[in-house]
Design a protein. Structure first.
Length: 95
């Protein structure tokens, strides 16, 4: 999945900067969530932002999913709250 989204602050698990997955893609993720989740509603995923690829877990929030942007990725790709970010997302465990 590829999409553009605005980086937001949400008081949740660190690093506190997330990109919401659009509604249509969140619906696609929900459709396969039972097959890929490892519990608690979180979805394992590989994420690429710019030249950086990392493993994380998507968090469900208000009917959508949030992509956490790790601090090291924020620094490497110069991503901050309010920035538009291109996300390439692959569901599943780390490869």
């Amino acid at each position: 999945m590829r999409f553009l989204g605005e980086a937001i602050y949400w008081r949740g698990p660190a690093p506190f900067v997330f990109v919401p997955v659009p509604d249509d893609l969140s619906a696609q993720i929900r459709a396969v969530a039972a097959e890929v989740t490892y519990g608690w509603g979180v979805i394992p995923a590989n994420v690429t932002i710019g030249a950086t690829t990392y493993y994380t877990a998507l968090f469900p929030k208000d009917g959508r999913y949030l992509v956490p942007i790790k601090k090291v990725v924020q620094d490497a790709e110069k991503v901050g709250v309010g920035d538009t970010v291109e996300i390439h997302l692959t569901l599943g465990r780390e490869r």
